[in-house]
Design a protein around this ligand. Structure first.
Ligand code: ADP
Ligand code: MG
Length: 618
């Protein structure tokens, strides 16, 4: 799902003249369908397409793709986003003259280090009516055929979104019609966004027409498509490669003394379907809680999840009655966490303007997304200062505090306040502006971030994995603040609409952002029953992990080490008589002795600062 939030794009020429190509665009687009963007020349159509495709940056606002803010992406992230999500089709075809049709299509895969599968290419050639043309060079093709090659190139990567800028601009009517027919068909399973002058075609083919004028949306025929798409969102979706790695790494991270534990008690969640309580499953909860305690992880999240088969599932907000039930069943009082709704500008700090050239430790402006109402002092770990005593006081995480110290924050008098140190921030009781509210910082949670010390002076962080780790596993949890009674006050003051949604009990995991993949990988952290794992010595049963151990699933391994993936594939071809399990067992056992695995272990160790034991979950 695509969401533009107050997106503006301003171009500045060398002479300093500014053009506002997009002006405060707010727009949601679903996961499938054929969307036309129309408008006069210069109205901003191409700009809109280019920023969607990660070819251009936005000047302000947020651009969310499946709830990920891509406007914050760095170059490499843009690359993998483009690779995994986007297929482009341009007016001028963009195919390579010196290669044959077949090679042109294959090349699209090779360019992103994927091995082309012959039958996939052939299938696509058939589907697009290019079968008999596959050996031809582009100069032996008509315009319509060339454009179909371009479409094949876009499709072979199996992207989620196809972006086409005037795809029929260079074609006659008959060829143009064929291309639109094709795009219409593709749009049954993908989102296809077409920029076109051709109003007639738009009326004929589009599921939705968005008209731009001077950078503004002046017409939108079908904004209610949102409704449809939310249901689609619940389906299992394959994540882009970079994202899966991130998730895999997340699951490998055992975080002692980490306040916010990213574990979902899926088992527990199951119970609340229909609000019946099942003792057997509570045993599992016990087990999980113990595992967490052993790892010094004492904060957990409960969600309500409904399963449709193994992967298709839906997570709900907890209602007051759910919380009461859980409190009763676990015999403990639970802190409640509140999520910010989309309209989050109502409850954010404003900071001084950073000058960031390269991504360093302070690359992300911290946004507050969760408010945890504390009910006792157990939740907050190492604290500098005090817990909140009034509904105006906040406890923030160290990252946010350091960001304030570095760039300053706007105070209640609209001046930039720049404390000298954390102690200064906590002791000064300086009144800050948080949306419409005035707050003071009573304390700071001291996460141990000494490992990032060397980057705090602006040293660039070039390691992509490390950057991801910092963003997702360190900064993300620091988007939580701890409050006492504040959520009630904030609600009353806003008099706009409820800006806080009740979400889950104590901490973490945004309901709306949960991906099924995430759920399954997280759960790898806590083994609650016997699992068969592969070791150098062969198969072994385990039911517990010690502190420094992590396990990798075969899937994680495939994602993390392309050599493994490739090797496994080759091995299975050579041993086609063996069963899949036999292949995986034998190959993996051997793999554990290779340098490739050694290298992977070192890589993982650098990222997660833990020793990786050579066990693989089967
Ligand atoms: P469309 O595709 O609807 O014809 P564009 O998105 O290409 O419109 O352009 C929107 C506005 O932004 C136009 O005024 C155009 O001149 C300006 N613009 C687009 N790209 C640039 C650029 N790279 N530098 C300066 N101005 C640009
Ligand atoms: Mg254009």
């Amino acid at each position: 799902m695509i969401e533009f939030k107050n997106v503006s794009k301003t171009y500045k020429t060398k002479k300093g003249v500014e053009t506002k190509a997009l002006n405060n665009i707010n727009l949601k687009i679903g996961n499938v369908g054929l969307v036309f963007i129309v408008g006069k020349s210069g109205s901003g159509k191409s700009t809109m397409l280019n920023i969607l495709g990660g070819l251009d940056n936005i000047t302000s606002g947020e651009l969310l793709i499946n709830n990920q803010n891509i406007s914050k992406f760095k170059n490499k992230e843009y690359d993998s986003y483009r690779n995994a999500y986007i297929g482009f089709i341009f007016q001028e075809f963009n195919i390579l003259e010196e290669y044959s049709v077949y090679e042109n299509i294959e090349l699209a895969l090779r360019l992103q280090n994927q091995k082309p599968q012959k039958d996939e290419v052939e299938n696509l050639l058939n589907r697009l009516g290019l079968k008999d043309l596959k050996q031809r060079k582009p100069n032996e093709l008509s315009g319509g055929q060339k454009q179909r090659v371009a479409i094949a190139r876009a499709l072979i990567k199996n992207p989620k979104i196809i972006l086409a800028d005037e795809p029929t601009g260079n074609l006659d009517q008959t060829n143009g019609k064929q291309i639109f027919d094709l795009l219409k068909e593709i749009s049954k399973e993908k989102l296809v966004i077409v920029v076109s002058h051709d109003i007639e075609a738009a009326n004929k083919y589009a599921d939705r027409i968005i008209e731009l004028k001077d950078g503004n949306i002046i017409k939108d025929t079908n904004p209610e498509i949102e409704e449809k798409e939310e249901k689609l969102n619940l389906k299992k979706s394959k994540l882009p490669f970079s994202y899966s790695i991130k998730l895999a790494l997340k699951s490998l991270t055992i975080k002692p003394l980490k306040l916010l534990m990213t574990c979902i008690l899926t088992a527990m969640a199951l119970i609340f379907m229909g609000f019946t309580v099942n003792c057997l499953i509570f045993d599992k909860v016990d087990l999980m809680t113990n595992t967490m305690k052993e790892n010094d992880q004492y904060v957990y999240t409960v969600n309500k999840t409904e399963y449709y088969g193994l992967y298709d599932q839906r997570t709900y907000e907890l209602k007051e009655q759910d919380i009461k039930q859980i409190e009763k069943d676990t015999q403990s009082a639970l802190n409640k966490a509140y999520m910010l709704n989309n309209n989050n500008s109502l409850l954010t700090f404003e900071f001084g303007t950073p000058e960031i050239e390269k991504p360093d430790y302070y690359m992300n402006e911290p946004a507050i997304i969760r408010f945890v109402e504390i009910i006792d002092d157990k939740v907050v770990g190492k604290l500098i200062g005090k817990l909140p005593e009034t509904n105006q006081e906040l406890v923030i995480h160290k990252y946010l505090a350091e960001y304030i110290i570095k760039y300053g924050v706007i105070d209640s008098e609209n001046n930039l306040y720049k404390p000298k140190s954390i102690e200064d921030l906590v002791n000064s009781k300086h009144e800050l502006k948080l949306g419409d509210n005035k707050v003071t910082i009573s304390g700071v949670v001291d996460d141990d971030n000494s490992q990032f010390e060397e980057y705090k002076n602006g040293n660039p962080i070039n390691n992509y994995d490390l950057r991801n780790y910092i963003q997702n596993d360190y900064i993300e949890p620091s988007c939580t603040v701890y409050v006492k009674g504040f959520t009630n006050v904030a609600k009353l003051n806003s008099n706009k609409r409820e800006i806080l949604t009740k979400m889950s009990i104590t901490n973490i995991i945004d309901n709306e952002n949960i991906n099924p993949e995430e759920i399954s990988t997280y759960n790898l952290n806590s083994i609650t029953e016997n699992k068969t794992i592969i070791t150098k010595e062969g198969l072994k049963e385990v039911n517990k992990l010690s502190k420094n151990e992590v396990i990798l699933s075969i899937n994680d391994l495939k994602k993390l080490d392309p050599n493994y993936n490739q090797g496994l594939e080759d091995y299975s071809k050579e041993n086609s008589t063996l069963s899949y399990n036999q292949i995986v067992e034998t190959y993996t056992q051997n793999y554990l002795n290779t340098n490739s695995f050694k290298a992977l272990k070192i890589k993982l160790k650098n990222i997660i600062k833990k020793q990786v034991k050579q066990i693989i979950l089967l």
